[in-house]
Design a protein around this ligand. Sequence first.
Ligand code: ATP
Ligand code: MG
Ligand code: FE
Length: 341
Amino acid sequence: MLVLGLETSCDETGVALYDSERGLLADALFSQIEQHRVFGGVVPELASRDHVKRMLPLIREVLTTAGVERTQIEAIAYTAGPGLVGALLVGASCSQALAFAWGIPAVGVHHMEGHLLAPMLEEQPPAFPFVALLVSGGHTQLVRVDGIGRYQLLGESLDDAAGEAFDKTAKLMGLQYPGGPEIARLAEIGTPGRFTFPRPMTDRPGLDFSFSGLKTFTLNTWLQCREAGDQSEQTRADVALAFQQAVVDTLTIKCRRALKQTGLNNLVIAGGVSANQSLRQSLEKMLGELKGQVFYARPRFCTDNGAMIAYAGCQRLLAGQQDGPAIGVQARWPMEQLPAI
Ligand code: ATP
Ligand code: MG
Ligand code: FE
């Protein structure tokens, strides 16, 4: 089945063509980061308007790249939530209009299921069951995954998501949006051991997270540096490294705990923060000790993209799922509510 996938949940317009027999045929992305950067974060109304402008040219682009005629497309998958309502509506209405015009089915995909399944597009995909760590701009969750739509939430952030903590912390230190890649880049030249930050909620049982205190801790450290007259680039890098290490350590400790609790030894990491090299290394070391394996997508498919939506949608369409003609999106949508296939 040849599926066109559209992603518009936030500030990236993603389009891809996935074929159940031939795999991923093409994918294209337009990131609005530059437009939102001056505001220090995503402006929802600007995001929606830009998705409208980018969608059709990107669809034409993937068709050309894949050498596919539009008449060969058999179904459309689009992100139906969670995300920014206005942005989601662009993808949903575009999909429903094209599906109606072309006489093919459309299916709404859960954005986090898209992230979760993105590592399936890689050469060595993970096999069920596994534990998934979803770490993105809006989510930090540990999930037991027994199949598509068979998700059991094991723990989640009680406040900021991991990506959000990277973004907010970066902003406090005068770095630009998005903060994750900025902090990661600076951390590379940071001095190990100069600062040590707390590992929130690791000294008590459970699999929940809290990252907002770490952000405040970082701010206080950065302000103390100013009082001491040292906000040099090296000091900024040292603080960035201490912050990143605290996040990575915290995530690693909780992943180890989740694997122990479930008795599983395969871990999938997905979402924008799973692109972080330090996190990947730390988890690989831990899984090496447990004789297990860690799976992740190529960096481009860790952050938002159309390929993950085309893939997840294709699996659900193959199982017979499809939407009615109504256009419906959900800003909030617990992943556990998804039907199993
Ligand atoms: P959600 O998927 O929860 O709706 P989102 O779509 O905004 O949120 P993603 O696109 O998955 O989130 O990821 C973006 C986040 O990933 C941002 O917070 C960004 O800072 C973070 N990020 C990207 N690359 C890195 C990196 N190398 N290290 C740490 N964080 C990163
Ligand atoms: Mg984004
Ligand atoms: Fe996302």
